[in-house]
Design a binder for this molecule. Structure first.
Ligand code: HEM
Length: 965
């Protein structure tokens, strides 16, 4: 009953918005819209798909589009792309309805934004329901269930037990029921075991990457089933189409002054005269590019200590497609392309390659895992393992301060001015440290691979943040030594640990928890809301963190109650999986289950008037807030694919001096700040303040075709000992995806519940004026896609997928809706990375494509839902009282509000801005103007989600706004 009333409440809220605007309609158009809204109300909510073929696909009915976005929303409905991008209020000021400017709660703009949120929630529910495919040995039970419990409601798996040879096997219960306890539950463990108390192995170092696509669709090159053969014919191979040819023809940045760019090497001595053209994103800065590299180093890695498997392989630059045949490239063609047939690379590590066992269920045969698997060589948790380590070797690279073991070792470098300089820098690796020789000269940290100036920046900043937390704790301990620190030892759970009694190790681990949570918060509510710069995503991401209806306590508490009725523990599989995510958007995912009130819900929100009975003694409290939706957590292989974001990186960094912010002092080739040279640059040519300002002001590269850095196609790789000693990283992105069996773009879209493309022309943004330079460029690139991937005569008898059907219910065939025997584009063969880079049509302010975004919706939510340290274990008993306060308030000094109402919202000063104000305080005069640390710092944010590239007052003389870069 409670469940039902909650659904009705949620529904009424969203539909009421639809009606009230209708009543006020006056002219014909308004009447048309009113009629559409009435139809929408009559139709009610669409049901969540029971099976793949019924999925939402981000496409709504005509009346829904009209009600939420007027005529504009009707246009483009025949294209594959998401409909909500045309709703009212989802773009910049021009998307706001004339009816009511601003986002009220009843008018058109609200219908548009709420409608977009509802569309997003449908997609998340269906993704959770239909896209979880574990590779670690639990998938069969997900399909068949166990002991009468449906697979998606299962919470404990044999495959997630610690094996007998694990050093902590006996501690968790050995061959009996396994349950983590004692020191294993107090903080994030080195290898990530015991995040989930009852599934100790989950997410730990070395466990297999999962998948988000039907297992039979992985590794299309293997031609393992009929659908795959029908989809691709014999056109695919590990090096077909040729990856270096794709890189050079579709990824290379065009240069207006090639000699001033010098393939990304710039001019001698970092001359400011150097110039490398790139397509910049006006609303996202270079700090954001390196932020995501910093994040990926925490989440996943396929390499072991910077290495792949020992065997070497060719990497293309040998063939091109002519009339459907692969023909060798001539010397002249190779020279013209600028690729290198003699490049070599080490193959990927493959964990399992024997044919997976199959099982039958409901008349179908399933694979128990993908044809091959690979292992995540770091922890899958968002635990700052790039800073603190993920195994014994990486931990030995982390230097603690000899004088205070709670701290990381930081040392003063030089005598540069700046209030933050005394906080110091990470020390450099010494001989004896366990490192690959190519990492010599870099700052000492756990994950040193592909070290860039951006990695140097963030590792130093968060090491300072760690130490500032310790300093604040020590200061409070000195002031009130007998006060309760908040910490509890599971061995003596009722004993208060006083501030004075907290050991160095305990404080170190609490600081790690805090730093990891601060990072997750920055990523969720600051980085992502700038990556996806529009109102629906601002609300959605804040909902993920702190609740959708933060300003509506009544709704929030209603939703919280619904969650509390035990949905997470329900065996009603559909309800569990479909609605849990909606309801969690009520109270927010972060901190879910971290307060427990007698006789009340496990997911109750913090309530001062009640007695919180949460205790570290009760595993159901410690572990109670998590939900894996029936599939143990690890990132899927497809997640790595959509984070191959190499075009974000410019060739040159515009180096500035923080004391003279409007001038560009040098043009620094990024490749001259690679590996140990990043550390040298940070120490000798500019400190944290200079690089923060430089990367903060500079725009990053758009994720689109023709926008890979020149230097990335020529990265020096001496460790390979190949004839060229270099590698084209852009080509490697394609090869790695093929080695790891990522489906090609069109099938990947179908698998993720997005509409397929039927020709390369679908990529072209038809809202652009015909003949406009932008549209002509898109049409040119589509022409190149056709040349590189080719066309074929189609055969309508060949069914190519089981993931979707045509609108009329017929199967999708090799002809993609075109007449049998016609010539169709080989759109099925497009590599996934190429496909998402070619998506020119995107929602407003989206720095990534909608396909990447779809992968993100599912996994960004899951890595919060599955991690007890972000849900039920976000507690003073583990974080300390100061730690909880620090994460909630973005620092030690309470809530600090941003001036004004950016984009109409009262907001707290954003978490990275607060971190920078603490760790690099000399930046205060610059940061005063910044709302989001990832928006170019000197850009005038203008009105409602403007993307304009104009300077804020005081930055008019900055050459970046005057054609210079
Ligand atoms: C100077 C800048 C960068 C350089 C030189 C660089 C270099 C590389 C190289 C050499 C690899 C291939 C490793 C292999 O498979 O053997 C790689 C992989 C990768 N890079 Fe970058 N990268 C840079 C920046 C970035 C950025 C900004 C991102 C943004 C997310 C990124 C994301 C990735 C991802 C996701 C992989 C795949 C990792 C895996 O397979 O587990 N990189 N990078």
């Amino acid at each position: 009953m409670m469940k039902q009333s909650g659904l009705i409440l949620l529904g009424t809220l969203l539909l009421l918005g639809a009606c009230s605007g209708c009543r006020e309609s006056e002219d014909n158009f308004d009447k048309e819209v009113a009629k559409a809204c009435a139809e929408l109300v009559r139709a009610g909510f669409r049901p969540v798909a029971e099976e793949r073929s019924q999925r939402f696909l981000g496409k709504v009915q005509d009346y829904t589009a009209l009600c939420r976005g007027g005529r504009k929303a009707l246009e483009g409905r025949d294209q594959p792309w998401l409909d909500w991008r045309n709703y009212w209020g989802t773009g910049d000021a021009s998307s706001l309805s004339r009816e009511l400017l601003g986002i009220d709660h009843l008018g058109r703009n609200s219908r548009g934004v709420d409608g977009a949120l509802l569309d997003l929630e449908y997609q998340r529910i269906e993704l959770i329901k239909l896209n979880l495919f574990d590779n670690a040995g639990t998938y069969q039970e997900f399909v068949t269930g166990r002991d009468g419990v449906g697979g998606p409601a299962l919470k404990v798996w044999k495959a997630m037990r610690l094996p007998p040879d694990h050093p902590r096997y006996a501690d968790v219960g050995g061959d009996g029921e396994q349950l983590c306890r004692g020191d294993l539950i107090r903080h994030r463990t080195l290898t990530g075991v015991c995040n989930d108390l009852r599934n100790p192995l989950m997410g730990s170092t070395g466990t297999p990457f999962a998948r988000n696509v039907q297992l039979s669709t992985t590794f299309p090159e293997l031609d393992a089933d009929e659908l795959t053969r029908n989809r691709h014919g014999d056109r695919l191979g590990p090096l077909e189409p040729d990856p270096q040819v794709i890189s050079r023809r579709l990824f290379t940045r065009a240069q207006s002054q090639p000699e001033s760019c010098n393939d990304g090497l710039g001019l001698p001595d970092w001359s400011p005269e150097a110039r490398c053209d790139y397509k910049p994103a006006s609303f996202f800065n270079v700090l954001a590019a390196f932020w995501i590299q910093f994040m990926t180093h925490d989440w996943f890695s396929h390499l072991v200590e910077g290495h792949n498997a020992p065997e070497m392989m060719e990497v293309g630059c040998t063939h091109k497609l002519v009339d459907g045949e692969q023909v060798p490239l001539t010397e002249a063609e190779i020279a013209e392309l600028g690729c290198r047939p003699d490049d070599r690379m080490d193959r990927s590590f493959i964990a399992q390659s024997d044919e997976p066992p199959t099982f039958d269920f409901g008349g179908q045969t399933y694979l128990t895992r993908a044809h091959k698997t690979t292992a995540n060589t770091v922890t899958g948790w968002w635990d700052a393992s790039q800073l603190y380590g993920y195994d014994e070797t990486s931990r030995r690279r982390v230097k603690r301060d000899g004088e205070d073991p709670a701290k990381l070792l930081l040392v003063r470098v030089g005598d540069r001015p700046g209030a933050g300089e005394d906080q110091g820098y990470l020390p450099v690796f010494q001989s004896g440290d366990p490192i690959h020789p190519s990492w010599a000269g870099q700052e000492a940290t756990a994950f040193p691979d592909n070290w860039t100036i951006g990695m140097s920046f963030y590792h130093n900043v968060f090491a300072r943040e760690h130490n500032l937390f310790v300093d604040e704790f020590r200061a409070r301990a000195a002031a009130e030594p007998d006060a309760d620190s908040g910490l509890r030892d599971p061995a003596r759970p009722r004993e208060v640990i006083r501030m004075r009694d907290v050991t160095g190790d305990e404080l170190f681990e609490a600081a790690r928890l805090v730093v990891a949570a601060v990072i997750a918060k920055i990523h969720t509510i600051e980085w992502t809301t700038q990556l996806l710069y529009d109102e629906p995503l601002f609300r959605a991401m804040n909902a993920n963190w702190s609740g959708l209806f933060g300003s509506h306590p009544l709704v929030e508490s209603a939703l919280s109650k619904i969650v509390s009725q035990g949905l997470a523990r329900s065996e009603e599989v559909d309800l569990t999986t479909q609605w849990y995510s909606v309801f969690a958007s009520g109270p927010g995912i972060f901190g879910l289950g971290s307060h427990v009130y007698a006789g009340d819900a496990i997911f109750s929100k913090y309530d001062k008037s009640k007695t919180d009975v949460w205790t570290i003694e009760n595993p159901n409290h410690v572990n109670g807030g998590i939900n894996h939706f029936g599939s143990p957590f690890n990132f899927p292989e497809e997640f790595t694919t959509v984070y191959r974001l190499h075009p974000l990186v410019p060739d040159l960094i515009e180096l500035r001096d923080w004391q003279e912010p409007n001038a560009i002092r040098n043009q620094v080739p990024v490749i001259t700040t690679f590996r140990g040279e990043a550390t040298a640059a940070m120490h000798e040519r500019g400190g944290l303040a200079d690089f923060a300002l430089s990367m903060g002001r500079q725009r990053l590269g758009l994720l689109t075709l023709g926008n890979h850095a020149r230097f990335l196609q020529n990265v020096p790789m001496p460790r390979l000992g190949s004839a060229t000693d270099r590698i084209d990283v852009a080509a490697l992105d394609l090869i790695r995806d093929r080695e790891r069996g990522v489906p090609r773009f069109n099938e990947l879209r179908r698998q993720y519940g997005l509409r397929l493309l039927t020709s390369f022309d679908d990529f072209v943004d038809r809202s652009l004026a015909e003949g406009s330079p932008e549209r002509r460029e898109q049409e040119r690139l589509v022409g190149v896609l056709r040349e590189v991937y080719g066309q074929h005569v189609c055969d309508a008898s060949k069914v190519i997928t089981s993931a979707q059907v045509n609108a009329d219910g017929t199967p999708i065939t090799d002809c993609l809706g075109h007449p049998d025997g016609s010539i169709v584009d080989n759109v099925e063969d497009v590599d996934t990375v190429v496909g998402w880079l070619a998506e020119f049509v995107r929602p407003h302010g989206f720095a990534i494509s909608e396909t990447q975004f779809q992968v993100f919706i599912l996994n960004a939510s899951r890595r919060l839902f599955s991690d007890r340290f972000f849900t039920s274990s976000f507690r003073p008993e583990l974080y300390t009282h100061l730690g909880v306060e620090w994460v909630n308030n973005n620092g030690p000094d309470g809530t600090v509000m941003e001036a004004g109402k950016p984009n109409g919202h009262e907001m707290e000063v954003s978490p990275l801005k607060r971190v920078l104000l603490r760790t690099v305080p000399e930046l205060e005069p610059e940061l005063r103007h910044v709302v989001n640390a990832f928006d170019p710092w000197a850009r005038d944010r203008g009105e409602y989600y403007s993307l304009a590239w104009t300077p804020r007052p005081g930055a008019e003389s900055d050459p970046a706004f005057n054609g210079g870069r």
